[in-house]
Design a protein around this ligand. Structure first.
Ligand code: GDP
Length: 693
């Protein structure tokens, strides 16, 4: 079947913004003007289109990463939802992974806020080309040129306005299009759907010419031939500007800047034009990286299928919906596919393109498309879908391990099963959320990336699954490792009537660099341990690592070498060598100067200047390090690193300290060594609780 849109006319984009910059409002206007949603749902009346889930609307934050398709000027635009809240940084990363370009949204008053800075840097990591949209030009204090300067100075971007505002605050009336050199005014009656172009008003001419000159100069700088022409003739044509702007944006040498007021229905259509003009189609992005086999894949329908599952949503009516991006080849409804990550065969049931107000059943999805699949029962976020006869694994999305845990019990015992089922469905959707069980306390333990993350899960349990539950105190997910290499020999020997047990191993344990994980190396030669028992030793080691000998926490970042050993013809068995591996590991681990590791959070507090002192010391008192202090709007921003264990109850503390006038956000950064004296206290407590055995 022919493609409905040539691949050059496809745009997969995200809108990235600090919370409250107006992402929901801009997304809705985009869908409204592109004709797919027929009424504007204001955020405050809760009819938002992108925000599916009730508590998102209540909290006004967007957590899911739904993809909504629409059409603009003969192009297919798919909007991939990126969350604005830094607690969901993983959600941001995963959406950045599948989009080709982004609109960075700024508030004309707030400008570059700490969280928008964070998201900006994340997008640079994934080499995402960007446009900027400076929203809320109608608000008191709006400062278009000030924000452009901030984007240049604070984000280091070559920000080039392609439009400038006409008026500001309550007098914000429209924009000047610097490429066409026309004024654009929007009609309030039709909610901005109608607009007209006219000559630039006399009193705005000088300003327009100045910024037009800036635009043309910036374009000319990008291309030697154009520079020559510009020097000779002093100007460039519309076509020349767009061609060079497109290339420079895709190469991330320029960020074109737009402005408007989504709420007052001004400026959004020009932004959509900008998306078409300047952001890349899937065929203009670098070939997708493959982890193993198959080399690179290019976005062509003639290639073999490669698709990445990037989001799973439990839908009330359709069951499990898997959002995929097709990188190469085609995907048919009903087709048998292969999940190369899990090694399982899967069948595509229905294939859907999601629009703002309807779902479109597709017979086929083409390369470059982002669609939802019903029927992939055994596929998780980050898995690759491909053809069995030409398998390939795409680079997986990296998800950090959860850093905080709480116990959870249903209010009514009868709900036990319902709770467990709901938790597992939620864990399917969210790779940074895990469900476990503590056999000692008989409790279900849920783990995630922060208190807010787990709070939202508990909230969803109640709303979506009708299970009310109580949670325990949050606990930090510590890890343990060794600091020096240690070696030794361990014999597991038991002689108790009948057949005995015999396994003997010589192990060497070495610390690895943080984040390198676990490696098992077999160095046994000459059959001194029969090869069939080598995996048994590894299994024993892995079991020992699940609850380490130091404080009962998981062991990380260690290299285990099996150097030697011996066996007995009759008494050696899988079990005996597992035991030798397990107990040997535990004994030798303790000789390696073990230490505890704790999650450290990057914390940003925004406060009025008068509370700067108390806020800074509140971070230092929590074993924190201040990394930077800055200014944002009229406020001060204090950024630092603080161990998660010290951050419990910080919202209340900050409220008390600053009469409720400061706010903060945090997200997991990395693991660090727990200072010895504190580690010893934790170990003592764990031993007293019988958590170390
Ligand atoms: P999000 O958190 O980034 O999704 O932001 P929302 O779209 O929910 O907007 C946050 C608040 O700003 C809401 O009250 C909106 O009505 C308001 N808002 C959005 N765009 C504009 C705008 O252009 N001008 C003004 N004055 N308010 C806006």
């Amino acid at each position: 079947m022919a493609r409905p849109f040539d691949i050059s006319k496809v745009r997969n984009i995200g809108i990235m913004a600090h919370i409250d910059a107006g992402k929901t409002t801009v997304s809705e206007r985009v869908l409204f003007y592109s004709g797919r949603s027929h009424k504007i749902g204001e955020v405050h009346d809760g009819a938002a289109i992108m925000d599916w889930m009730v508590q998102e609307q209540e909290r006004g934050i967007t957590i899911t990463s739904a993809a909504t398709s629409t059409e603009w000027n003969g192009h297919q635009i798919t909007l991939i939802d990126t969350p604005g809240h830094v607690d969901f940084t993983v959600e941001v990363e995963r959406s950045l992974r599948v989009l080709d370009g982004a609109i960075a949204l700024f508030c004309a008053v707030g400008g570059v806020q700490p969280q928008s800075e964070k998201v900006w840097h994340q997008s640079e990591k994934y080499s995402v080309p960007k446009l900027a949209f400076i929203n809320k030009m109608d608000r008191i204090g709006a400062d278009f040129f000030g924000v452009v300067e901030q984007i240049q100075n604070e984000l280091g971007a070559n920000a080039v306005p392609v439009v400038v505002p006409i008026g500001k605050e309550e007098n914000f009336r429209g924009i000047i299009d610097l490429v066409k050199m026309k004024a654009v005014f929007y009609d309030d009656e039709s909610l901005g759907q109608k607009f007209h172009e006219e000559d630039i008003p006399a009193d705005k001419k000088e300003k327009a010419q100045k910024w037009r000159a800036n635009l043309v100069e910036k374009c000319a700088e990008q291309d030697d031939e154009l520079l020559e022409k510009f020097l000779e003739e002093g100007d460039l044509t519309e076509d020349e500007i767009w061609t060079v702007l497109r290339k420079a944006t895709i190469d991330r040498r320029v960020v074109p800047v737009y402005c408007g007021s989504a709420f007052k229905n001004k400026g959004v259509q020009r932004l959509l034009d900008g998306v078409i003009h300047c952001l890349p189609s899937p065929s203009e992005t670098p070939p997708i990286i493959c982890e193993k086999g198959g080399g690179a894949r290019t976005p062509s329908d003639d290639e073999s299928l490669a698709a990445l599952a990037f989001k799973i949503v439990a839908d009330k009516h359709m069951g499990k919906l898997t959002y995929v991006r097709v990188y190469s080849g085609k995907l048919d409804a009903g087709q048998a596919v292969f999940n190369s990550t899990s090694g399982k065969n899967q069948r595509v049931g229905r294939l859907l393109r999601m629009h703002a107000n309807r779902q479109e059943n597709l017979d086929v999805a083409h390369s470059g498309d982002i669609v939802a699949i019903v029927g992939l029962s055994d596929t998780k976020t980050g898995d690759t879908i491909c053809c069995k006869d030409n398998p390939i694994t795409l680079e997986a999305i990296e998800f950090p391990a959860p850093v905080i845990s709480i116990s959870i019990t249903p209010d009514s015992k009868a709900d036990n099963e319902k709770l467990s089922e709901a938790l597992h469905r939620l864990a399917d959707e969210d790779p940074t959320f895990t469900v476990g069980f503590d056999p000692e306390t008989n409790e279900t333990i849920i783990s995630g990336m922060g208190e807010l993350h787990l709070e939202i899960i508990v909230d969803r349990l109640r709303r979506e699954f009708n299970v009310s539950a109580q949670v325990g105190r949050p606990e930090v997910a510590y890890r343990e490792t060794i600091t020096v290499a240690a070696g030794g020999s361990y014999k597991h020997v038991k002689q108790s009537g009948g057949r005995g047990q015999y396994g003997h191993v010589v192990l060497n344990l070495r610390p690895t660099n943080p984040g390198e994980g676990f490696e098992f190396i077999n160095k046994v030669v000459g059959g001194r341990i029969p090869s069939e028992f080598i995996p048994s030793v590894e299994k024993g080691v892995v079991r020992a690592m699940q609850a380490g000998p130091y404080a009962g926490y998981p062991v990380v970042d260690i290299k285990v070498e099996l150097n030697d050993g011996s066996y007995h013809d009759v008494d050696s068995s899988d079990f005996a060598f597992q035991e030798a591996g397990r107990a040997g590991f535990r004994e030798i681990f303790m000789k390696g100067n073990p230490e505890l590791l704790e999650p450290v959070m990057s914390v940003e507090a925004v406060t009025p200047e008068e509370f700067m002192g108390p806020v800074s010391s509140s971070i230092c008192q929590r074993r924190g390090r201040i990394e930077s202090m800055g200014t944002q709007g009229g406020n001060k921003v204090v950024s630092g690193m603080v161990p998660l264990s010290e951050m419990f109850g910080y919202s209340n503390a900050l409220r008390t300290l600053t009469q409720g006038r400061a706010s903060f956000s945090m997200h997991f950064e990395h693991y660090e060594t727990v200072p010895y004296s504190i580690a010893e206290e934790i170990v003592k407590k764990r031993r007293a609780q019988d958590k170390v055995r």
